[in-house]
Design a protein around this ligand. Structure first.
Ligand SMILES: NC(=O)c1ccc[n+]([C@@H]2O[C@H](COP(=O)([O-])OP(=O)(O)OC[C@H]3O[C@@H](n4cnc5c(N)ncnc54)[C@H](O)[C@@H]3O)[C@@H](O)[C@H]2O)c1
Length: 345
């Protein structure tokens, strides 16, 4: 069965490795075709010849397509998801997997919150500092909200077409919604999702935000829409993101190989055939059940499934519990929704 994946930031580094891995001809039960999304169309021209072109079934069928996309632009993202959904051929009419991977880091020289004000010696000319450039937040964080909204939209559309039950009822974490069909979304966060990266506070804030999105939204997303949401959190990987002079000084034992990150991705989408090809990588995944709300730290040759920080007292636990659907805040919000609906109609 052919499945359709979207990979953003697909023309370099982690996204490129992911796109190649998924579209390779392999005797795996899941065959993927990949929509490569990237802002850099020249990079696509440079790498396209390196992508495997045929797939196990049906030779000559293209198994990838490129859609130029700025992930921080809503219209570009709408266009990307529409292109993936409508892509003709086996797999049309469903988006099975989205890798929200595109990312940039702080443009330090343009964005230092502690930088000197322009014209600092001339009070009259510089009454206020220049507005900080928040593009890192838009690319690394906001784009994941755009992708979630669009994946929910197209998953509902597929369910309507396939006449799958809606909303799906999920009683256990191992059950799958939508019959056996569970679309997957994985965000490439970073170790900076958990630890401060001192030089790049905007990147750190954005990646912390990715982890927050995954942990807060994943239960409802699976329960109501049958979509899983997880993230990977790599350490330093040798990609276009890291300047060469920095890489030249980096001790090899503190680099995380690309296939460690790819293995994390494969575990999170349940592709255990491909996951276990990276035999060198050790994972502390306790089982092969459906993964949801997981945050996987990728460190050198290790995958660590990380839990949220433990509650320090019962009061904090109580407050957090109230934000669940069955909690005080959850019930209040549900009632408010009903009231708003009835005033509208
Ligand atoms: N390299 C690392 O050490 C490392 C560590 C942890 C997390 N990450 C994360 O991994 C992800 C992939 O980065 P990488 O390391 O492969 O870097 P990379 O620079 O090699 O690849 C990033 C790709 O994203 C694309 N891109 C940038 N802005 C975009 C936009 N607005 N819209 C669409 N595409 C855009 C770039 O053109 C590029 O092809 C990023 O989210 C990054 O934060 C990287």
């Amino acid at each position: 069965m052919i499945k359709t994946a979207i990979v953003t930031g697909a023309c370099s580094g982690i996204g490129l490795a992911l796109s190649k891995g998924e579209s390779e001809v392999q005797p795996a039960p899941q065959q993927w075709r990949v929509v490569l999304a990237d802002i850099n169309d020249k990079a696509y021209e440079a790498i396209k010849a390196s992508l495997p072109l045929s797939r196990a079934k049906g030779a000559n069928a293209e198994n990838h397509v490129f859609v130029r996309t700025d992930v921080s632009n809503w219209n570009d993202m709408v266009n990307l998801f529409r292109a993936a959904f409508e892509w003709p051929g086996e797999g049309q009419g469903a988006i099975d997997f989205v890798a929200c991977n595109a990312g940039i880091d702080d443009i330090v020289l343009r964005n230092g919150l502690l930088d000197d004000d322009d014209n600092k010696d001339n009070e009259a000319e510089a009454p206020v500092p220049t507005q900080p450039d928040l593009r890192v937040l838009q690319v690394d964080l906001h784009s994941n909200f755009f992708a979630t909204r669009l994946l929910v939209h197209y998953t509902r559309k597929t369910k309507r077409r396939r006449r799958l039950s809606s909303p799906p009822i999920l009683e256990t974490a191992t059950a799958t919604a939508n019959g056996d069909w569970t679309p997957k979304m994985v965000v490439t966060a970073s170790m900076a999702a958990q630890y401060p990266f001192f030089l790049i506070p905007q990147y750190t804030a954005a990646k912390h935000g990715c982890l927050g999105l995954v942990r807060a939204l994943s239960p409802a997303l699976l329960k109501h829409e049958g979509i899983t949401l997880n993230c990977v959190m790599p350490g330093t990987v040798d990609t276009g993101l890291i300047p060469q002079p920095v890489l030249a000084q980096w001790p090899k034992e503190h680099l995380t190989p690309l296939d460690t990150v790819i293995r994390a991705y494969m575990e999170l989408i349940g592709d255990w055939d491909r996951a276990t090809m990276s035999e060198r990588v050790a994972s502390d995944a306790v089982d092969r059940d459906l993964k949801n709300g997981c945050a996987v730290e990728c460190s050198a040759d290790w995958l660590w499934y990380r839990d949220p920080v433990p509650f320090m007292d019962e009061s904090m636990r109580f407050v957090a519990e109230q934000s669940k659907e069955e909690g005080i805040l959850g019930r209040f919000t549900a009632e408010l929704k009903v009231k708003m609906k009835s005033t509208k109609s």
